[in-house]
Design a binder for this molecule. Structure first.
Ligand SMILES: [Zn+2]
Ligand SMILES: [Zn+2]
Length: 266
């Protein structure tokens, strides 16, 4: 099969140990669609910077628009400061320090305009260690969110809420949310599908499926169910989600074939 799209995992500095966990999560969802696994190679880009990034005379990195993961995070931090959600931002070379949350709306808008994504077909998974806040589709501001996705384009996931009070990282909880967000990116709960309900966007009504959304945003029960299913060699998503995903991948394959045909005949 041809390559349909790359899946790129990019993250802030410091999340290096978490990137392989996110990759595993995506591989686990992709294993529900064995026919399309090879068509979506997964690459960890790390704390991504383009080759166009320049350094100022004082050695500081110039954060040019769209040219690094840090630029996206910096924009989201600046938005948070003007929304009163964060108090300070320090950009020292390749590190960003923000006191408070960062704006998921800013990340969403900027990723939607990503010029690289327009040139290189991709689904980007952006991981941030900062806590996120954002606006619901009805205009209400959310205190926090774990992530958000745009179909066939990207997922954004924060690790902030998975650090337990004892400092231990809740690896399985984080994995569930990465899978869930990636599930949105591959259209598992798209509008008009059967067996869905509206809770911060359409979600799956199957009580043992990771594409559910609890009102309080708690994924611990969903994670527990996922792990029991996994122990019995059952997939993290339900049959309805698998059917919808297969439709998504067939549509994507058809679009990729048209794209490649057009490129050859240009
Ligand atoms: Zn969701
Ligand atoms: Zn489902």
């Amino acid at each position: 099969m041809i390559k349909i799209k790359d899946i790129y995992i990019a993250h802030e500095k410091g999340l290096e140990p978490v990137a392989p966990i996110a990759k595993e999560a995506i591989e686990e969802v992709m294993s529900c669609f064995p026919a399309f696994k090879e068509a979506y190679p997964i690459t960890v880009l790390g704390n991504w910077e383009s080759e166009h990034l320049r350094t100022a005379s004082d050695g500081k990195l110039l954060l040019e628009a769209y040219e690094s993961t840090n630029w996206y995070i910096g924009q989201a931090a600046q938005q948070a400061i003007s929304d009163g959600r964060a108090s300070g931002i320090k950009l020292n070379n390749r590190k960003i320090k923000v006191n408070g949350q960062i704006s998921i709306d800013s990340l969403y808008d900027n990723l939607s305009r990503d010029p690289y994504a327009k040139r290189i077909p991709q689904i980007q998974i952006l991981l941030t260690k900062h806590d996120l806040y954002g606006t619901q589709s009805n205009g209400r501001l959310l205190n926090f969110c774990l992530g958000v996705s745009k179909e066939d384009a990207f997922s954004i996931v924060s690790t902030a809420r998975f650090i337990r009070p004892d400092g231990v990282f809740d690896q399985e909880g984080f994995k569930t949310v990465v899978m869930h967000e990636f599930g949105h990116a591959i259209g598992l709960t798209r509008e008009g599908r059967i067996n869905t309900y509206e809770q911060l966007g359409p979600h799956c009504a199957d009580e043992n499926c990771i594409m559910q959304q609890r009102l309080d945003g708690d994924f611990s029960d969903i994670t527990r169910r996922r792990l029991i299913f996994k122990a019995h060699d059952l997939p993290p998503i339900c049959p309805d989600c698998i059917t919808e995903g297969e439709k998504f991948f067939r549509r994507s394959l058809a679009k990729a074939l048209i794209r490649d045909f057009n490129i050859r005949n240009r």
